[in-house]
Design a protein around this ligand. Structure first.
Ligand code: SF4
Length: 470
């Protein structure tokens, strides 16, 4: 078993003696105890949960999917949307009930909510039975805190740190596809977003360390890596590097598939487009949030581009990257959005014909500038706009999927299909979900699949043969 916490402790403390002493003396306290881990929010949180799982298992805790049997409950929270926060507070009710019946149960709140002092104060006032609140920057201290917690009653709340954690030996959730953090934090300060406050300023990992991690993953048999950052293509500006250079170095490792999320249009350079179009193992798929089609709203969001600039970039990508698929994020009902502004957004969706879009109604995040903006649009109007937008978005994603009917595409098969045990599922190079008629033996392989049906959100297909990346 890897001991990622030990490795991090070494990197942080220079001397690992204190940590080894802690581990040797107190490991038995936790051995055989069960943990239940629930993750809310984005890929970054899913990836952080892999780390949490590793930290806990390195100390001898065992995973349980039954919260009623847990000795430790970890909620890895999200602060991006109100409903994510509501889900966490809803689940805390259950935790409280369990704690009443088992006072030794330890409850840990991790993730973005833990980085918001107001939210933490509110939660701690209401839910005084919580044992540990740990921020996103300090996850590696979880084992130490947990050991301490089983010894004495101390609550520790962590705040921002500027540390950059280099390569860590995670045991990952998947054997075929892995996330690789390349940077932390975000400096963009979009007015609706809490991330710059919860994840801190942009800090890039060293290029060599990222490339080494990818080579290691390739040698372990991973087929795909996704380079991860809140603002992934801003990578390197703080260490004299560029994302295009990193992408090229990662492409040269020869790993079969490379993806990256999430890109900001403002940081997307021609060099990045060149690298994506040059290397076959860089997937022709870009998630490029537009957020709004109205220049007035984009300005109020502090997105740093106009709809014209976005479309110019979008067109360049379409022209220069063969068969590229582009998806986006759109917020409706941002404060002061008029019917005209909303029509501008619909216009942009029509012009871009996105392969897919994640659409949301604006929700206030306390502590952000947008939370203080006046917002007179009734919720009913926002809901109607969202519905109209979704109809249009679904129309184009269906149309884009239809273009694949009858074609053979390469699919990385990731597991059994959730909908039908007799099928397997995977993703095309353009990140389209395919349910495949094929044997379980192709799980973990990149294979050719003939598309037989196309819906708005997924494709069906028949396994043809093992795929070859030319
Ligand atoms: S780019 Fe904007 S939306 Fe994305 S994480 Fe940074 S502040 Fe948030």
């Amino acid at each position: 078993m890897h001991l990622p916490d030990l490795e991090i402790a070494k990197k942080r403390n220079k001397s690992d003696n204190k940590y080894i002493e802690l581990k040797e003396n107190y490991e038995p306290v936790l051995k055989g105890k069960k943990y239940f881990l629930r993750t809310y929010g984005c890929q970054m949180n899913v990836h952080d949960s892999e780390a949490i799982r590793n930290y806990l298992e390195a100390l001898g805790l065992e995973n349980t999917s039954d919260v009623n049997n847990a000795d430790v409950i970890v909620l890895n929270t999200c602060a991006i949307r109100e409903n994510a926060k509501d889900k966490v507070t809803g689940f805390l009710g259950k935790c409280h009930y369990l704690k009443k019946h088992n006072p030794n149960l330890k409850i840990v709140i991790a993730g973005c909510m833990s980085e918001q002092p107001d939210v933490v104060n509110e939660i701690m006032k209401k839910h005084q039975y919580i044992d540990i609140v740990i921020g996103t920057h300090n996850l590696y201290d979880l084992p130490k805190l947990l050991i301490e917690k089983f010894q004495k009653q101390v609550i520790e709340v962590y705040s921002e740190s500027d540390e950059v954690i280099e390569g860590i030996n995670y045991t990952r959730d998947s054997k075929y596809t892995a996330w690789v953090n390349i940077m932390y934090g975000c400096d963009k300060f979009c007015t609706y977003c809490i991330v710059p406050y919860t994840r801190g300023k942009e800090r890039s990992r060293k290029l060599e360390s990222i490339v080494d991690e990818v080579i290691k993953l390739k040698n372990e048999g991973y087929k795909e890596v996704t380079l991860l950052g809140q603002n992934v293509n801003a990578y390197g500006h703080d260490i004299g590097e560029t994302f295009s250079h990193l992408l090229e170095c990662v492409a040269k490792t020869g790993i079969e598939r490379i993806r990256f999320v999430t890109s900001h249009p403002w940081n997307f350079t021609d060099e990045m487009i060149d690298v994506i179009s040059k290397y076959k193992n860089v997937m022709p798929y870009i998630h490029l949030p537009i957020q709004s089609g109205s220049n007035k709203i984009l300005k109020r969001m502090n997105r740093r581009y106009t709809k014209e600039e976005y479309f110019e970039l979008f067109t360049k990508m379409k022209e220069r990257i063969p068969n590229v698929a582009i998806t986006t994020d759109i917020i409706v009902g941002f404060p002061s959005e008029t019917e005209e502004d909303f029509k501008d957004t619909l216009e942009m969706v029509k012009k871009c014909e996105f392969d897919g879009a994640y659409t949301f109604i604006f929700s206030k995040r306390e502590g952000t500038p947008a939370a203080r903006m006046e917002d007179h649009t009734p919720m009913k109007v926002k809901e109607e706009r969202l519905q109209k937008l979704n109809e249009l978005v679904n129309f184009y994603s269906h149309a884009s999927n239809q273009k694949l009917l009858g074609k053979e595409v390469e699919v990385l098969i990731l597991g059994e299909s959730e909908k039908d045990n007799n099928k397997v599922y995977g993703y095309t190079d353009t990140m389209k979900l395919v349910n495949v008629n094929g044997p379980k033996s192709i799980i973990g392989e990149i294979v050719s699949v003939k598309i037989t049906d196309a819906k708005s959100f997924s494709l069906d297909g028949d396994y043809v043969k093992e795929g070859v990346l030319s």
